[in-house]
Design a protein around this ligand. Structure first.
Ligand SMILES: *Cc1c(COP(=O)(O)O)cnc(C)c1O
Length: 477
């Protein structure tokens, strides 16, 4: 029984559940999408909130530039470039048998400074907001000050009176730990089972307390919350519910608009923009998509991508049950090599807030993530972690869908011919070399097997087990 209903009845009422349980790659185009002008009101946050977040990041820029010298080139603004990958686009057209339609772009968040993933947006933003709140309250700082002064021993001593706790699958902890520790906070990161060893090692070397849990992300978040309840000096960063994180991600949209303008990519009804976002708990894709809808309205179409073993957001939105159910309730194991996406229960806030704003959700199997990882490096020389490839099949899913989506959204062939398809490449530049070598070897092997006709879409390789059984550099991850 799941919420007073048998599994058989759930399967009958929501047929797509059968595909999710069978771990088949699937796509679901959301029939409830509404006009941005109406649906943005569901979120409970506004353009003014995003503008505030953007202004706050601007105030902190002088501090960031001083504390992290690698950000001096961008004057302390943590941002990534966009790039067209023509060889990858050609390879994908062949791979998924689709005709040329529109152009493919990549948002290179794997190169974001400080933590090498999209979490450098929301995670770092919430730490900065908390630091600012504390310093303003104590009368140590005015918002008109040059925040570079935060890089002093006095401020480090002040922030050292306070603690930050967070539950993470790896990258959020890395972002919050690196930023929090630099400011002087006592940071504890509760890592879920899939967190990579190098992320824990790196955090510990920066003085962050890492608590390892042999449980999934939701359990790690619960631990972080428990720690904060008993300690008034401890701020918990709650990825399942935080609107602050969400706003940090949303700031990406106005910056993307400037980048697209600079690249002379028009976005309007005749030139739609599609954005493919890997989704774990939903905070990062949700926040980015919210920002995009504010900036581009109905001309942007956002799709969320999840591993076949961890489709928690698709399950939650499709059934309308959101965070009331977990993958495990439906017998889905949440075991994926895409560690950043290994989440069993979606954010309740994001799923509900965005349920009329996200065009679709799709799943990708781990084998395909690895093949695309190898293909990305082969064609464009970009090295990503498995989670970051989930957006890559999105363009083909849109162009081959048969659920009436393109008709409903008036995405005619001529509009699609002028479309920009943006793959949000969410992480990877900090993966240590031996581990990246292992990822690439796995991807290449799978591509070769596929070319030899041997693999045939099998789902038999248990990457999760491989990883935990023998944590050597040469294994799948
Ligand atoms: C965390 C993460 C995501 C997904 O973000 P959520 O906020 O959990 O949905 C995607 N890619 C990478 C590399 C991540 O670390």
């Amino acid at each position: 029984m799941i919420l007073n209903k048998t599994l058989a009845l759930w399967r009958q009422d929501f047929p797509l559940i059968n595909e999710l349980i069978a771990l088949k790659e699937t796509s679901w185009f959301n029939p409830n999408v509404a006009r941005a002008a109406a649906a943005l009101a569901d979120v409970g946050l506004t353009a003014a909130d995003v503008a505030n977040a953007s202004a706050r990041l601007g105030r902190f820029a002088p501090y960031i530039a001083r504390a992290f010298p690698e950000t001096q080139v961008s004057h302390g603004i943590i941002e990534s470039e966009i790039q067209a990958p023509p060889r990858l686009q050609a390879a994908l057209e062949q791979r998924y048998t689709i005709a040329r339609s529109g152009s493919l772009w990549i948002k290179k968040d794997f190169q974001l400074p400080i933590s090498g993933s999209i979490k450098a947006r929301g995670g770092i933003y919430e730490v900065l907001k908390h630091a600012e709140d504390l310093a303003l309250e104590e009368g140590l700082l005015k918002i008109t000050d040059d925040y570079a002064l935060l890089a002093s021993d006095d401020f480090r001593k002040f922030f050292n009176r306070y603690k930050i706790a967070v539950g993470s699958t790896g990258n959020l902890g890395l972002s919050i730990g690196m930023m929090g520790a630099r400011l002087g906070f006592q940071v504890t990161v509760h890592m879920s089972a899939e967190a990579r060893q190098w992320k824990k090692d790196q955090l510990r070397s920066h003085g962050v307390t890492v608590v390892e849990h042999d449980a999934d992300f939701s359990a790690a978040v619960a631990q972080a919350r428990r720690q904060a309840i008993s300690d008034p000096c401890c701020h918990v960063i709650d990825d399942e519910n935080s609107t602050c994180l969400f706003l940090g991600y949303a700031v990406a949209a106005e910056r993307l608009k400037r980048q697209l303008d600079f690249a002379a990519r028009t976005v309007d009804a005749e030139h739609p923009l599609f954005v493919y976002l890997p989704c774990g708990v939903g905070g990062s894709p949700g926040g980015v998509a919210f920002g995009l809808k504010l900036v581009f309205g109905d001309t942007v179409h956002c799709l969320f991508a999840e591993p076949t073993h961890s489709p928690c957001m698709l399950l939650g939105v499709y059934t309308g049950l959101h965070d009331a159910v977990s993958l495990q309730d439906f017998g889905i194991d949440n075991k994926t090599a895409a560690d950043g996406l290994a989440v069993g229960r979606p954010s309740g806030f994001v799923g509900k807030a965005m349920q009329r704003l996200v065009d679709g959700y799709y799943t990708v199997c781990d084998e395909e993530l690895f093949r695309l990882l190898a293909l990305m490096e082969e064609t464009e020389g970009m090295r990503l972690e498995p989670s970051a490839l989930a957006g890559v099949p999105g363009m083909a899913r849109v162009l081959t869908e048969q659920q009436g989506y393109r008709v409903r959204m008036r995405l005619t062939d001529s509009r699609l011919a002028h479309a920009t398809h943006l793959v949000w490449a969410t992480g990877g530049s900090m993966v240590p070399e031996p581990e990246m070598t292992g990822y690439l070897a796995t991807g290449k092997k799978l591509l070769q097997e596929e070319a030899a006709g041997a693999a045939g879409g099998q789902d038999g390789i248990d990457f999760f087990q491989t990883r935990h059984g023998q944590n050597s550099g040469g294994s799948a991850g």
